[in-house]
Write a protein that binds this ligand. Structure first.
Ligand SMILES: [Cu+2]
Length: 145
């Protein structure tokens, strides 16, 4: 119940903030799979493949994988965080249903379930992880229909 109230409140705020946008400003739907995106300090390469969505106002899911910059397997990946941020409007979204789980037998691969985008548009997903002992963040742009 609280979750739905939160989503509704956020949706109302977002709707008001978006009122100056026109339909022509809406981004086209992007590819559902990213090529590797390098982290800010070039610690790792991350790839995102959607298994459900991306979609607004419903639950989406994706597989997230980490390699080194040469696309080779890494020794360890810890502390993975997946944080959607809508840069153009300066807001995030509800994170409480999100769950990140390592894929058994696939070092560096994770499922991210319960991803919730409060609205459609272009999101920058901040992916943080500690790879081979070094923390870094990659930003993956996603167009949510
Ligand atoms: Cu927004």
């Amino acid at each position: 119940m609280m979750r739905h109230l939160f989503a509704l409140a956020l949706a109302l705020i977002v709707t008001q903030a978006c009122s100056s946008h026109t339909q022509a400003d809406a981004p086209a739907a992007g590819p559902v799979r990213t090529d590797g995106v390098a982290s800010k300090n070039r610690t790792f390469l991350t790839k995102l493949a959607w298994t459900t969505g991306p979609v607004a106002m419903a639950s989406a899911a994706a597989r997230l994988s980490f390699t080194d910059l040469n696309d080779a397997e890494v020794k360890s990946v810890d502390g993975v965080a997946f944080y959607p941020w809508m840069t153009s409007m300066g807001h995030g979204t509800s994170m409480q249903d999100q769950k990140i789980t390592p894929v058994a037998g696939a070092l560096g691969s994770f499922t991210v379930d319960g991803i919730y985008f409060v609205m459609g548009g272009v999101w920058d997903i901040r992916v943080t992880a500690t790879v081979n002992g070094t923390a870094d963040t990659a930003t993956i742009a996603v167009s949510v229909p």
